[in-house]
Design a protein around this ligand. Structure first.
Ligand code: HEC
Length: 155
């Protein structure tokens, strides 16, 4: 149990760290306002997940401010399907065409994320480090659950 929990947590952290790297790589516009907006939202997800991960790992102390991080993740999760309007795929962004051709599957993984983010918000409200870590790991899995089928690899 403990080991698998650690694996999930470190996977989440790696995602966070990679997110930071990507931020620098993507400082230019895609030329499409909708694509730019979702990339910005994804960066925000990465930053908010990282803040919660620091507390889950015991690197930062819990404070009520963490609720704002969890709230923002949930807000973005609720918006997620709307961040991918038809016509917002560009040559330079990393959204796969399957988002639009397999819309049912995309909606399903968006829903998984939304539900996990609601549970994360509830876990953060408890202030319990173990519960926060578990909910964070579960949420991180849903990020990957969408990135794997629907995000193109980096060039
Ligand atoms: C429903 C699908 C989906 C979910 C859920 C999702 N993402 Fe994404 N994410 C994408 C897609 C698609 C892209 C590529 C977007 C583009 O380039 O247009 C992306 C891109 C990113 C990027 C790269 C942004 C950049 O600078 O180019 C980061 C970081 C990111 N996601 C973090 C996260 C985190 C953290 C979570 C979970 C808390 C998450 N995402 C959940 C679909 C998703």
């Amino acid at each position: 149990m403990k080991n698998s929990f650690k694996t999930v947590l470190s996977a989440v952290l790696v995602t966070g760290v990679m997110g930071v790297t990507v931020v620098t790589a993507h400082s230019t516009s895609t030329g499409n306002a909708e694509a730019d907006k979702r990339i910005q939202m994804m960066k925000e997800l990465g930053a908010n997940m990282k803040a919660i991960a620091a507390v889950a790992k015991g690197e930062a102390a819990y404070s009520a401010a963490l609720n704002e991080n969890a709230k923002r993740i949930h807000e973005i999760a609720v918006m997620m399907p709307d961040l991918f309007p038809a016509g917002s795929d560009t040559d330079v962004d990393r959204a796969k065409p399957e988002i639009w051709t397999k819309a049912g599957e995309f909606t399903a993984v968006s829903k998984d994320f939304e539900q996990a983010s609601a549970a994360l918000k509830a876990a953060v409200e408890t202030g319990d480090q173990g519960k926060i870590g578990a909910a964070l790991g579960a949420t991180g899995k849903t990020c990957g659950g969408c990135h794997k089928p629907f995000r193109e690899p980096k060039d």
